[in-house]
Design a binder for this molecule. Sequence first.
Ligand SMILES: Nc1nc2c(ncn2[C@@H]2O[C@H](COP(=O)(O)OP(=O)(O)OP(=O)(O)O)[C@@H](O)[C@H]2O)c(=O)[nH]1
Ligand SMILES: [Mg+2]
Length: 394
Amino acid sequence: MIKKLAVVLPTFNEKENLQNTITEILAQAKNLADWDIHIIVSDSHSTDKTGEVAKKLAEENPKIHFIEVERGLGVGLIKGHQYALKKIHPDVMAQLDADGQVEADVLVRLVQGIEQGYDFVMGSRLIKGGSNQLSFSRRIFTLGSSLMCRFLMGPMDVKEFTNSARAFTPEIFKKIDLNSLPWREKTFIVQPAFVNEMVKAGAKYKEVPLVFKNRLEGYSKNKVFNYTYDVITYVLDARFKKWGLSFPLFYVARRAKTVVKFGMVGFVGTVVDFIFYKFFINLGGFPPATSKGISTEVAILNNFLLNNYWTFKYRKTKTSFAHKLGLFNLVSLGGLAISVMIVKFFDLVYGEGSVNILGLNVAYNNFYFFATIPPVMVWNFVVNHLVTWRNQNG
Ligand SMILES: Nc1nc2c(ncn2[C@@H]2O[C@H](COP(=O)(O)OP(=O)(O)OP(=O)(O)O)[C@@H](O)[C@H]2O)c(=O)[nH]1
Ligand SMILES: [Mg+2]
């Protein structure tokens, strides 16, 4: 008896890749004799007209379906599967990247896994027969997230959590808890989270090998910093839940992402400040006070650029670059005034003593220095968040 296989292809700007990927997938029919392959392209309103390509393909071939969804890989996947359930009534549900990076023959192994009685089969670059041909830094990401997912979240016997090639039964898909799956996130966190939810739903799972090549056309939509951040906070959150702690770490961390980035920039700025301070003294022959003046301004500039092009990149402001740079300098000056007042205050109250810590004589003034960091950081963040990079998009 012929059975139905529904393959979801999420797309965002994949105009040059989509047609080839679909051809490759349909070519797998030769090794899937009993299967009727349907493809659902779920496009997030691509700006390169991927939608038009998909619409045309869908008109020419009744096995190709097209839906339009909001931005986000998770949205593309989940809404694609929901559409498949409702309109195609598949015997097996599957998903693949639409950019042709994953060799399409994995589909055959995914379906065979389900035929063997598994509920959830994952393509994997990290098992025997699999291969990851991406750049070194991307391979590090795959490996690092795999280790974190395995040992912090589990299950330990899954080797890879971060690619899209998967197949599952409609029965197990209906069992997973979509409310605790962060599928509306803009990063790719849905990938490892989906494994977690499948396991929680009691899926019998296994991995099959796949080959992951470099992109031929188009560009990557993967934001590696944001994804790494989400993976770390998600797996810790999952670990806490397994321990019975109900602290919503992932939720809180997601809201605090801008603050964390701002803090990281502040940290880098402090290092830059120190390096330039020493540089101007030792190599430039400047007196320390002059060096500090220059190095501080270099650090301010450094922090401004990082915050403008990274931390607050997605803020829509109406002010010019120079305007923001001016404001940022003023805010930093305010921070300077606050830190001087704090040191002055402690100096007046506690004076110039020292304390013995583990045999080391530590002067009070060290504590005065570090005491300035939290309030100045709060000041800088709040004012820059509310004024310098104020979102003017409503
Ligand atoms: N519907 C939808 N699909 C998306 C979105 N972002 C990414 N995708 C698709 O998800 C798949 C994976 O995204 P990629 O940009 O290829 O990510 P990647 O494979 O980790 O990165 P590369 O190796 O550079 O390709 C591709 O098919 C994308 O078109 C989105 O916002 N909406
Ligand atoms: Mg890709």
